[in-house]
Every structure is written in structure tokens, then in C-alpha cells.
Design a protein around this ligand. Structure first.
Ligand code: FE2
Length: 285
């Protein structure tokens, strides 16, 4: 059997939006252009040198039926939730929150040298797990394995397996990979991605070629852009002379109906009404 390297299905330009209490974001999933990339419900890139763009943060709000993943690149976000967790995440740290039946939390960026940047991903939960007991996982930067390949490519393995090294986050329904990849000038990165899994790259610095079939004859993709891969067994990315840095994220699609209302994502409209009723009645968490 031959290995089929994935081509590029679509390139998405992030849209500038404001969310929470007025946080300016670049949003690539959960927009009119790309509503859902099964199982991924939302992908936000926050990053600014101006505290006015982020300091209002995300005051206490609920989630149900999904997982939210926050990966910090710079700055500090203070958080607390209805499970009793409270603390701060900083550069290189990951917070993986499985909201399940319900969680209330607050995510407040702090003033820390001015610059804040990072990413938030929402992953859908399958119907059978939407109302499970909530789970909170946090990993400090030093707990996240980093793989350095002979060709100078470095990969932080948040979830998934690279060169036999297993990522920090395990036992997630979508069987996700979440890699932060840095490819030096003219370098090449290839990585298996299971056939049938949805896969995308979010280019945040530099530029490169993401379509294995077109190769360097194809167009270069410069950040910030989200690249959706077609199906196949692996991806292959070639950096330009500027090098390229991106997140590579993949997961198993659910193929289930989606009923979505803000931070609640269920399968039916009735289940959304139930979430709102639970919130009113104090039976949400
Ligand atoms: Fe949240």
C-alpha cells in the first residue's frame, strides 16, 4: 500500500472578531466562512502588544458538551472554575478542559510585559460523552515533550505521537494530535496523520509550502492562515527561506448533528434548552 501525502483542500484567512468582554482575536473556525471543521468547533488566535486588546478577558461563563484547549505562547492568563481550580497559565503551558455536563470558568489575561499571545481550540464531544463529569488538565511548559529531528525541525508534542514520543495530553475522545512545529529555512517536516482524521495547520510565523502534490511549484502560505488538508496518510510541509512555524492539529470527525448556542454545543435544540434551564435552575454544574 502506498502512503498518500495529503494535499491542501482549502486555505482560510482568519477573521478579526471581538469576544468575551472585548478581547480582539483572529478567528479561523466558527465564522461565516468556516462554521465547523468536524470535530473542531472553534479556533482562535489571540495576540497583541496592546493590553486594551485583551485585558477585559473572559469573565465567568459556562460551557457544556465540548472541550476547550488553551495553548499560551506569551503572557499570562489567570483562570478559575467551578471545579475549584484556580491559577495562571503562561508561555508554553496548556490547559485542556473537558466541559462535559457543565463548567463555569473565567479566563483573565494579566499585564505581563505587554505582549499576550496564544491559541484556543474547541473540540466537540460525541453524543455519548456530552454530559460526562467535567475534567480539567493543565500542563506546564516543561511537562510538554519536545522532539528535535536531525534536520533541525523541532516539535512540541501537546497531544499525539511524534517519533515514538507521546504527547502530554492523553485519553481524549477525538484521538487528537496537537503539535507546535518549527521548521528551519528550507527544511521539510513530514508526519503521519491517520486516514479519515480531519487535519489542519495554523501557520503563525514565516511561510512555507503545505501542498505535497504541488510542492514548491505551488503557492507559499504565509501566516496567519489556516490550512485544511484533504484526506491521506501523512502531511509534508516545506519551509521557505524564512522558515515556518505552525500548529498541526488533527482529530476524528464525529459525523453527528450539531446544535450550537454560544458556549453550549449539543446534538439537538431540546438539549440546548435543557442547558439554559439547568443554568437558570442552578443544576448546571
Ligand atoms: Fe471559556
Amino acid at each position: 500500500m502506498t502512503i498518500q501525502t495529503r494535499t491542501v483542500a482549502k486555505i482560510i484567512e482568519p477573521q478579526r472578531v471581538s469576544d468575551g468582554a472585548g478581547v480582539k482575536l483572529r478567528r479561523s473556525i466558527a465564522t461565516a466562512t468556516l462554521d465547523y471543521l468536524d470535530p473542531f468547533l472553534l479556533f482562535d488566535h489571540f495576540g497583541s502588544d496592546n493590553p486594551d486588546d485583551y485585558i477585559a478577558g473572559f469573565p465567568m461563563h459556562p460551557h457544556r458538551g465540548i472541550e476547550t484547549v488553551t495553548y499560551m505562547h506569551a503572557g499570562v492568563v489567570r483562570h478559575r472554575d467551578s471545579l475549584g481550580h484556580a491559577g495562571s497559565i503562561a508561555a508554553g503551558d496548556v490547559q485542556w478542559m473537558t466541559a462535559g455536563h457543565g463548567i463555569l470558568h473565567e479566563e483573565m489575561p494579566q499585564l505581563h510585559g505587554g505582549h499576550l499571545s496564544g491559541f484556543q481550540l474547541w473540540i466537540n464531544l460525541p453524543a455519548r460523552l456530552k454530559l460526562i463529569r467535567p475534567r480539567y488538565q493543565e500542563f506546564a511548559a516543561r511537562q510538554i515533550p519536545e522532539v528535535s529531528r536531525a534536520n533541525g525541525v523541532t516539535i512540541r508534542v501537546i497531544a499525539g505521537i511524534v517519533n515514538g514520543v507521546r504527547g502530554a495530553v492523553n485519553e481524549i475522545a477525538a484521538d487528537p494530535a496537537y503539535l507546535d512545529v518549527s521548521v528551519p529555512a528550507d527544511g521539510v517536516f513530514s508526519q503521519p496523520v491517520p486516514r479519515g482524521h480531519t487535519a489542519f495547520a495554523y501557520v503563525y510565523a514565516g511561510q512555507g509550502w503545505f501542498d505535497a502534490q504541488a510542492g514548491t511549484a505551488g503557492m507559499t502560505v504565509a501566516g496567519p492562515r489556516l490550512v485544511i488538508f484533504a484526506d491521506g496518510d501523512a502531511v509534508e510541509i516545506r519551509a521557505s527561506q524564512a522558515g515556518v512555524r505552525f500548529l498541526l492539529i488533527s482529530g476524528l470527525p464525529l459525523h453527528e448533528p450539531v446544535a450550537r448556542y454560544g458556549p453550549f454545543v449539543m446534538n439537538t435544540a431540546e438539549e440546548i434548552q435543557q442547558a439554559l434551564a439547568d443554568l437558570r435552575n442552578g443544576t448546571f454544574v
